[in-house]
Design a protein around this ligand. Structure first.
Ligand code: ADP
Ligand code: MG
Length: 245
């Protein structure tokens, strides 16, 4: 896979509180066009919230979000959401629609494509994730790994400039994780710009270009994977890695 039109995404000094809970406390994250940034850290450290701020599902209390160097916070939030595809731990497929309907729905509903054209596009995306032969079945007939690949196809069908993955493999049985990670690896190598929140340290280490370690709402360490995984500088990252590796 190649030829994605991808954007450079930057979060600057993001602060966000839920009531008195300061969840993000001055986060910086820069994802260069065509690269993959992985975000690691313990549960509750603010990773999912950061993604939601970065695609403007939640507005930050302070800080800025830039796409290709331009602040997007004054635009209509739908604009940015359209440019960012999102894949969640729970696949969020529509159970009563077929696989191809799941992928094509937003294309005709939100993008104004004809239904025939949307179906054709959706079949093309399903082919890319190896699931064209499942086009006319319902999600319940798929494995979790196949469902997640459908969810990825659905996001890709919208031709996003950036893809977000929030623990995309955490709900999968171990034997199904590999296929989804292989697809994510293909996307990364094909030049998609990606932000990947993950517990898969192998992916973080071997596929991503940069790693950001978050804990308690701050970036504790950030840099190339070789550095963070072989030469962690802080006790917090050392402790985290010894727990997960
Ligand atoms: P992670 O993804 O790293 O596990 P989250 O971003 O989900 O962490 O959560 C970070 C903190 O924000 C947690 O303390 C969580 O309880 C809190 N939080 C997340 N979403 C909300 C919300 N919608 N309302 C209130 N608190 C929230
Ligand atoms: Mg999370």
């Amino acid at each position: 896979m190649s030829e994605f039109v991808s954007g450079t995404l930057t979060a600057q000094n993001i602060h966000l509180a839920f009531g008195s809970n300061q969840v993000l406390r001055g986060i910086d994250l820069h994802v260069e066009k065509g690269t993959t940034a992985s975000v690691i850290g313990p549960s509750g450290s603010g990773k999912s919230t950061l993604l939601r701020v970065m695609n403007r599902l939640i507005e930050p209390d302070q800080g800025d979000i830039l796409l290709d160097g331009r602040s997007v916070l004054k635009d209509n939030p739908d604009e940015l959401r359209r440019r960012i595809g999102m894949v969640f731990q729970q696949f969020n497929l529509f159970p009563h629609k077929t696989v191809v309907e799941n992928v094509s729905l937003a294309l005709w509903k939100l993008r104004g494509m004809s239904k025939d054209k949307a179906r054709e596009e959706a079949l093309g995306q399903l082919d890319l994730v190896g699931l064209k032969h499942k086009a006319d079945v319902r999600p319940a007939n798929l494995s979790g790994g196949q469902m997640q690949r459908v969810a990825i196809a659905r996001a890709l069908a919208m031709k996003p400039e950036v893809m977000f993955f929030d623990e995309a493999t955490s709900a999968l049985d171990p034997e199904l994780v590999k296929g989804v990670l292989a697809l994510m690896t293909d996307l990364a190598k094909g030049g998609m710009t990606m932000v990947v929140v993950t517990h898969e340290m192998g992916f973080s280490r071997n596929v991503s270009d940069t790693v950001t370690f978050m804990d308690a709402g701050v970036v504790v360490e950030s840099g190339p994977p070789e550095q963070l995984f072989t030469d962690p500088r802080t006790d917090r990252l050392k402790g985290f890695l010894s727990d997960v590796l």
